[in-house]
Design a protein around this ligand. Structure first.
Ligand code: IMP
Ligand code: MG
Length: 172
């Protein structure tokens, strides 16, 4: 059985999310903002974040698949939306659980830019900078982490562990 080593508990996550919500509420005040959560990993972070944001926002989701059941990205990502998201003229903020190689977000940022968004920025709970393979910087980062595979609070390994309230390092 793999070992779960605690990285962040639910209080840490709440504190970081509240600080991020305050920052976003101020940076996006007066703008038409569309938060786009990346399924499935970001579902809890997005749900907690919007309840702490004090400006009106709209919410949509996109699904990116490239991972299968391994822990490595397999190259190009496929994007799926339940319908065409109308982003024209809107300030799009992509909400991610974790940025790893950056490939997922690179595809997504250019996708929304090509659809005529007024701006496209990225907000992530976790940032694994050391593993970046493309020059992509998240605009808003709650917490930087070292290499290692993380699970919990939405993040999975082969669809398990998403329900854990904290974040753990999964050690095989
Ligand atoms: P990227 O395209 O390599 O940046 O992959 C980002 C996506 O891979 C994230 O949205 C996660 O869904 C997944 N991912 C990357 N690292 C981890 C991890 O440590 N634990 C769980 N999922 C991860
Ligand atoms: Mg994800």
């Amino acid at each position: 059985m793999p070992e779960l080593i605690p990285v962040l508990d639910s209080e840490d996550i709440h504190r970081m999310t509240a600080a991020m919500a305050e920052r976003l509420s101020s940076d996006y005040e007066g703008k038409e903002v569309l938060l786009v959560g990346v399924l499935k990993g970001a579902f809890l972070f997005l749900a907690d974040l919007v309840r702490l944001i004090s400006i009106p926002v709209k919410i949509d989701f996109v699904r990116a698949s490239s991972y299968g059941s391994g822990t490595e990205t397999k190259g190009c990502v496929q994007l799926e939306t339940h319908r065409d998201i109308d982003v024209a003229g809107k300030h799009v903020l992509i909400v991610e659980d974790i940025v790893d190689t950056g490939l997922t977000l690179q595809c997504m940022v250019s996708h929304f830019q090509s659809l005529g968004a007024a701006s496209v920025k990225v907000c992530t709970l976790l940032d694994k900078k050391a593993r970046r393979r493309v020059p992509l910087e998240a605009d808003y980062v709650c917490h930087a982490v070292d290499d290692g595979f993380l699970v919990g609070y939405g993040l999975d390994y082969d669809e398990s562990y998403r329900e854990l309230p904290g974040i753990y390092h999964l050690k095989f």
